[in-house]
Unconditional design. Structure first.
Length: 487
């Protein structure tokens, strides 16, 4: 049985976070009353003229700079002609041979792979090459009812950025990591919210399989209707196996488009295209070519510290583990929270704060279905709690209870500790009295300790903890016992 090579390229359409549409001043507002955010331009009425949205161009250039693309000095706008019921002009204004961004790549972050695949990453540190990024307009949204279809033009003409990768992705897991990393970067730059489940990011998968030893790629099969990053992974797994089975049966694969059905877990044929579409592209006569130099200069200063740069800095500056730094850097808000907590308590080990943010805070937010923006515990309040634990005033276990209470009520650690009577007894005099009493009452055990039985010492610690109802500072108790019994 021959072995097969899987090759994948992704085309991602991302909605930009602009306030207005691509070629008119209509508001970009999802969820508004249907057909209330329209004008002659985005309805495609005869004679209406397009005007470029500078914000959309800046956001696309910013994306290009974040992903290491080249920005050509001059770009242009083209009409892509095809009939589509959702597209009133019967052409889409897009970019053909001179797109805004060329080349570049998307780095695949370790933690962007599916959890079950993170231990076995085939090419750690891989950067998936990009072909191009261009800017175009979205179509209207149709909703299919039982006997008719309704159409909402609020989405027509909204800016859409298309990010096209090279056929440089080798597995379903890499495709998953690509989309997750790309989303992180787009959100970092504030260019798109990029949530596939909300349709803010849409992905078409081009996938082909060929036997090892064959130079040219196998027939390109395009997958549509992928509504989440996890669905992309599932669809590729299915399609990979299906194509190999076809080849094994001696069938010839032909270039075609297939629809993914996530409930049934399979793809079905939509259409075959023996030849690529002829869109009869031509330069849009209503729009002049665009010179990019000034925009690039303006946008260069807006390039943020990217997730992988932040991760490297967290490892270096704070001694975070690669994993912790990766989790903290995955979201700007989370990274900001962590750094604010550190700034509020520079004397504490950053590693401890990282632990509390990743384990306690993220866990609690997750359990409560809450976002960091709604978190009742401020970075300073969390730092204060960690400080109280580090000073030995309360135990780490008590700290967990206090934290749960802070999450529930938004009150400070100090207030809760006082109310619960959690304060540890660290007063050496008080503890010494307890220790002496227990030593005096248990001469047999004392003899055991003196004969070198370390476990017997733990027994004494346990007795003192019991006598203090759990409030004694165990570190001080052990020190006292060691001094008296082993000294
Ligand atoms: Zn409009
Ligand atoms: Mn497109």
């Amino acid at each position: 049985m021959p072995e097969y090579i899987l090759t994948i390229g992704l085309e991602v359409h991302a909605q930009l976070t602009t306030r207005s549409k691509m070629f008119c001043a209509c508001a970009v507002e999802y969820g508004a009353q249907p057909n209330t955010r329209t004008c002659p331009t985005c309805l495609g009425l005869p004679g209406a003229l397009p005007v470029l949205n500078e914000g959309a161009i800046e956001k696309t250039v910013l994306t290009g700079l974040m992903l290491g693309c080249e920005i050509p000095p001059e770009v242009k706008w083209d009409r892509k002609n095809y009939f589509y019921p959702d597209m009133p002009k019967n052409y889409q204004i897009s970019q053909f041979d001179l797109p805004l961004c060329v080349g570049g790549g998307v780095p695949l972050y370790d933690l962007a792979y599916p959890k079950d695949a993170q231990k076995d990453i085939a090419q750690p540190g891989k950067v998936v090459k990009l072909t191009r990024i261009h800017l175009e307009e979205d179509v209207a949204k149709s909703t299919h009812h039982e006997k008719f279809t309704t159409i909402d033009f609020n989405r027509a003409g909204t800016p859409l950025m298309e990010i096209v990768s090279e056929p440089d992705i080798d597995s379903a897991e890499e495709a998953f990591a690509y989309l997750t990393s790309l989303r992180q970067i787009l959100v970092y730059g504030g260019v798109s919210d990029a949530d596939m489940e909300k349709g803010q990011m849409r992905c078409d998968v081009n996938i082909s399989v060929r036997p090892v030893g064959q130079a040219e790629l196998g027939a390109k099969i395009e997958l549509k209707n992928l509504n989440s990053i996890a669905a992309v992974r599932r669809a590729i797994h299915f399609e990979h196996a299906r194509q190999i089975e076809c080849l094994e049966r001696g069938e010839k694969l032909i270039q075609s488009t297939r629809r993914w059905d996530d409930d049934r877990g399979e793809t079905t044929l939509m259409r075959t295209k023996e030849d690529a579409h002829d869109y009869r592209y031509f330069p849009d006569p209503d729009l002049l070519p665009l010179h990019t130099a000034e925009i690039v200069e303006k946008v260069r200063g807006q390039v943020p510290e990217l997730p992988h740069q932040k991760r490297a800095r967290f490892e270096e500056a704070y001694g975070c583990s690669a994993y912790d730094a990766g989790v903290l850097a995955s979201e700007q808000a989370l990274a900001g929270y962590f750094e604010e907590a550190i700034a509020g308590a520079p004397e504490l080990p950053a590693k401890k704060i990282a632990n509390w943010v990743i384990n306690a805070l993220l866990g609690a937010l997750n359990d409560a279905g809450m976002s960091l923006a709604d978190c009742p515990v401020t970075p300073a309040a969390l730092a204060a709690l960690v400080g109280t634990i580090e000073s030995g005033k309360i135990s780490a276990n008590q700290g967990k209870d206090v934290f749960a209470e802070m999450m529930a009520s938004g009150r400070s650690a100090a207030e809760i500790i006082k109310e619960k009577g959690f304060e540890q007894v660290s007063d050496t005099g008080e503890l010494e009295a307890m220790v002496d009493e227990i030593i005096a009452g248990n001469p047999d055990r004392v003899a055991e300790v003196k004969s070198g039985n370390a476990k017997a010492l733990n027994w004494f610690t346990g007795q003192v903890m019991k006598a203090s109802k759990g409030k004694a500072n165990p570190k001080i108790v052990t020190e006292l016992l060691q001094g008296k019994l082993q000294g």
